[in-house]
Design a protein around this ligand. Sequence first.
Ligand code: NAD
Ligand code: UDP
Length: 387
Amino acid sequence: MASRVDLDGKPIAAMTICMIGAGGFIGSHLCEKLLFETPHIVLAVDVYNDKIAHLLESSENKKQPWDGRIQFHRLNIKNDSRLEGLIKMSDLVINLAAICTPADYNTRPLDTIYSNFIDALPVVKYCTENKKRLIHFSTCEVYGKTIGSFLPKDHPLRQDPAFFVLKEDESPCIFGSIDKQRWSYACAKQLIERLVYAEGAENGLEFSIVRPYNWIGPRMDFIPGIDGEGVPRVLACFSDNLLRGEPLKLVDGGESQRTFIYIKDAIEAVLLMIENPKRANGHIFNVGNPNNEVTVRQLAEMMAKIYGKVSGEKMLDVPTIDVTAQEFYGEGYDDSDKRIPDMTIINKQLGWNPKTSLWDLLESTLTYQHKTYSQAMKTVMAKPTAN
Ligand code: NAD
Ligand code: UDP
């Protein structure tokens, strides 16, 4: 492997990275990137490893070029004394572990708060005490609702970026009332951000905080009834509907807006943070693609069209149906109205920009979904249902 240099032209030494939550969607892509393109060693921590099983397989007959550079440690960070030892062995800790599906925020608020705040506390503590650098995964949801959302619908200031673009060092965090338990996640993430930041200010912790904006791609969540149960995030919900040949469900009319970024673009940003500590330490980074904004309704229509193209299946005459948030998520759901990342800080510190258009990223992701799940879905749907 050619020797790697950082953004300032200095050689990058191989490091040992303790990646907590490595078996999830983002973790699996980050593991691939580190193993395929860098010399770094990954101590992968998670309770599951299905999404990284292809990286862990090795045998006499099937040697992999990255053999010896990844170890899987099956442990729950809630209650496992091995965690501190793994952090001590590492140069860098990346914490991805969290409950992060909106369907859980209002229905399992305690688990959500414990997972995103309490369970992350020992990770931060061990990093401070052992002087280990930490990259902590937060969320764009810490911004909550935009200032503009409080203006009347046709107010001209709604068009002014000052009322909706989200800036790491300026925008306030605006959450709904306590009975809107949707915000349990954002609030827990905000508090852990404040704690990490305070450890930096008072005790010298070297940290970066990542705020992902709807990173999507292969291996995100699960398809209910095939490789998981429950209500996943929107990409998997809509993929499930498409695989079943049923209309895509638009919560409250699908008026909320999101910017979607291809996981592979986002992982490039994380690798830059990993390999450029001097530029990344002490910063909070928005990581998203401001050019890929759509309403959820537009996302649904685009996915239906692209799925028709990649699967060869006929599109439904009525590809979407409206459902209320109460029906879909239950009591206490609320929504972020619009999420456009300001890119000034990540541009200045790391010179990073996203590349992939929404159409292209959906095409490659839906090709993957079709290839991975369509056969299994046919089998599931052919089974008689008990009643
Ligand atoms: P994911 O659910 O696919 O991955 C999280 C992983 O953490 C899972 O594999 C899970 O098993 C593991 N985990 C959870 N609790 C654990 C525990 N107690 N011990 C050990 N492992 C545990 O989610 P993801 O999309 O990969 O998200 C990773 C991080 O990024 C999360 O912190 C999430 O809040 C944040 N984030 C992601 C997005 C996105 O667009 N994907 C958006 C905003 C924030
Ligand atoms: N959504 C929807 N139908 C679904 C799943 C989600 O209309 O089947 C909406 C949801 O209400 C939200 C958006 O899609 O407005 C994005 O939801 P996701 O679960 O991906 O998470 P979020 O971006 O809110 O964190």
